[in-house]
Design a protein around this ligand. Structure first.
Ligand SMILES: [Zn+2]
Length: 175
């Protein structure tokens, strides 16, 4: 139980960073500089403000400096990431899968929300995910001495890509 809570808190912190990724990556802005700031008044956020949901609740959903209302969207992303991390720990415990799925689910959260907002799946994130997924499956295949960890996802990727490719092809034919 204590571990699940710790993973929930870790998820909140990571979720805060994912928000930065979702907000900045489609705009081509740096993830590191400048530090997080209020999107309305531009005031830099202190470390205290970066503690996600806590500061949202304490400040009643408003920017501390300009009192502009902050969208609950950010708190939802953070809370959602926290819940997913806790769920991952609950499901996998201390295992090889845990850190890898944490990373993987973080990528999926960023992709999903950027797609939702901009109808865009940035190629660098996709490539990063593919490379990471391949390394992940390679590690599993070596660890469990089972090549199914390699060919099953490859087959899945081919079928998944094939379906979308075919539907696009058919769509082009119809038009
Ligand atoms: Zn502000």
């Amino acid at each position: 139980m204590l571990n699940s809570i710790l993973f929930f808190i870790l998820g909140l912190v990571i979720g805060s960073f994912l928000n930065v990724c979702i907000y900045r990556l489609p705009k081509g802005e740096s993830l590191i500089y400048p530090g997080s700031h209020c999107t309305h008044c531009g005031h830099a956020l202190s470390t205290y403000d970066l503690i996600p949901i806590v500061s949202y609740c304490c400040l009643n959903g408003k920017c501390r400096y300009c009192k502009e209302k902050i969208s609950p969207y950010y708190a939802l992303v953070e809370g959602g990431t926290g819940l997913l991390y806790a769920l991952l720990f609950h499901t996998f415990g201390w295992s090889l899968e845990l850190p890898l799925y944490m990373l993987f689910i973080s990528i999926l959260i960023v992709l999903t929300l950027i797609d939702w907002e901009y109808m865009l799946l940035p190629t660098p994130i996709l490539v990063f995910g593919c490379v990471l997924g391949s390394i992940f499956r390679g590690l599993q295949a070596a660890r469990y001495q089972n090549t199914a960890y390699l060919w099953a996802p490859l087959l899945g990727a081919l079928v998944g890509f094939g379906l979308f490719f075919c539907s696009l092809f058919c769509w082009e034919m119809v038009l």
